[in-house]
Design a protein around this ligand. Structure first.
Ligand code: F0G
Length: 453
């Protein structure tokens, strides 16, 4: 059979609440045209993020009931540790409450003024934690990643020449570690090849620089490798994931993505001394090392989730269902970042509404338009998010992030229909102006006004 179906059936359902255009008009104006201010109950299909929004399996819920909530040495920790070690090969495994806590601990220990941390593309919280330590965060993704139409199969790859250039310029002694984000969220959810990881590792090894993964979406990356990288078609995604981890000297992971849980994070380390320092920091700020910032039940759900995420049928369905959304949008002429990513589709709003200049936030106009038309919540990744930071904004994007195991194909068909309809009426979309904004991270709380046509 050619049709790829959702490889699960539904046991518990959560009703969706329909609203009318008139109601959404009121909701939008109360939220001052910022969808972060909209209550989730007023959203029909929520594509704000794929982080912590997935559905757990019956086995995960069962594991939650079995959990041991002892303060120290709980069985749940040992089950969790065994599972993570089996998948990643790491001995030093610290649980944290989410990805950014792992990042904070790591960069408090290795960052600092005068240090430089390269990445293909730093995710916002990674960059923020690097910068908070006083270090500089540098993005070294390949140039192909900047062209939305370039269908390079591994558009998340790091540019090896740029990495060598950086090391020559600043000196290896100023680079405490080199990160690679798999898949590259800020670059469109694009994968990194195993070959590229090997090259990065080689360069790092030459200069004595540890290589770390930001491995939030490691399973999706492994599945892309299986599909696209020559010679790896007969390997399991689990085996490929292990090859990725084997190259790394450490990893920060938000378990809210490929951990298939609603909360949780990991910090994986090989270095003994760094592990001791990280453990002490963890005890001070997150919790005792056998629970980190989590409950025993969270560790149980995560151990089970990490197994389920590496199921070949699940990963096949996951990548295919995101690709399906992307392909249908392309068929309707909607400009998107190509090829489709692993966890999200990114609409190129600069092309979607060329009549709205960057200073009038075309991607935010699409986000507002899509909610108003169909109750779908997406997120702006463009001049609203980065414009206030002095960072160069290459593309005005709208991210449609797909929660794991939550929506069915007919939900996606509805999303496709709504976006195609909005695209047909794109001339009616209006630019926006910010009327109030905080000093940092303005996208979360800024208030907007629509400009008159
Ligand atoms: N790294 C990457 C690549 C991420 O995508 C995220 C979170 C983090 C680190 C931080 O993890 O949220 O558990 O603290 N990304 C979410 C998103 C928020 O919507 O893309 P966290």
């Amino acid at each position: 059979m050619k049709t790829i179906i959702e490889p699960f059936r539904i046991k518990v359902v959560e009703p969706l609440r329909m609203t009318t255009v008139a109601e959404r008009e009121e909701i939008l104006s109360a939220a001052r045209l910022n969808v972060f201010g909209v209550r989730a109950r007023d959203v029909l299909i929520d594509l704000l993020t794929d982080s912590g929004t997935g559905a757990m399996s019956s086995e995960q819920w069962a594991a939650i009931m079995r959990a041991d909530e002892s303060y120290a040495g709980a069985d749940s920790f040992y089950r969790f540790h065994e599972k993570v070690k089996a998948i990643t090969g790491f001995e030093h495994i610290l649980p944290t409450h989410q990805g950014r806590a792992s990042e904070r601990i790591l960069f408090e220990l290795v960052g600092g003024p005068g240090k430089v941390v390269p990445n293909n593309n730093h995710f916002d919280t990674t960059r923020a934690n690097v910068e908070r330590s006083g270090a500089e965060a540098v993005d070294l993704v390949i140039d192909e990643a900047r062209d939305p139409k370039n269908r390079h199969p591994f558009k998340g790859n790091m540019d090896i020449a740029k990495l060598r250039g950086l090391i020559d310029r600043v000196g290896a002694e100023h680079i405490p570690l080199c990160m690679v984000t798999v898949t590259n969220n800020s670059g469109g959810g694009q994968p990194v090849s195993l070959e590229n990881l090997r090259h990065v590792k080689e360069v790092c090894r030459e200069h004595g620089i540890p290589m770390f993964l930001d491995a939030c979406r490691f399973a999706e990356n492994a599945c892309f490798i299986k599909k696209r990288e020559p010679g790896l078609q007969n390997e399991s995604c689990r085996a490929i994931a292990r090859k990725m981890f084997d190259l790394a000297d450490g990893a920060t992971i938000s378990a809210k993505k490929d951990g298939l849980v609603n909360i949780g994070g990991l910090l994986l380390l090989r270095d003994h001394k760094l592990n001791l320092d990280a453990r002490n920091n963890l005890i001070l700020t997150e919790g005792f090392p056998t629970y980190g910032g989590l409950a025993g039940r969270d560790l149980e759900a995560l151990a089970q989730g990490l197994d389920e995420v590496l199921d070949e049928h699940y990963l096949e369905y996951r990548l295919r269902s995101v690709e399906y959304l992307g392909e249908r949008l392309i068929e309707h002429g909607v400009p998107i970042l190509e090829p489709p990513g692993g966890h999200a589709i990114y609409i190129d709003a600069g092309q979607f509404c060329p009549h709205i200049p960057a200073q009038q936030f075309p991607a935010q106009a699409v986000v507002v338009g899509l909610y108003r038309l169909a109750g779908i919540r997406s997120v702006e990744i463009g001049s609203v998010m980065f414009g206030g930071t002095g960072r160069k904004v290459d593309l005005e994007l709208v991210r449609l992030a797909i929660p794991r195991r939550v929506y069915t194909q007919s939900h996606m068909d509805f999303v496709i229909e709504a976006i195609a309809e909005l695209f047909a009426r794109r001339d009616s979309l209006r630019g926006l102006r910010i009327v109030e904004e905080p000093e940092t991270l303005r996208h979360f709380t800024a208030k907007f006004e629509e400009l008159s046509a």
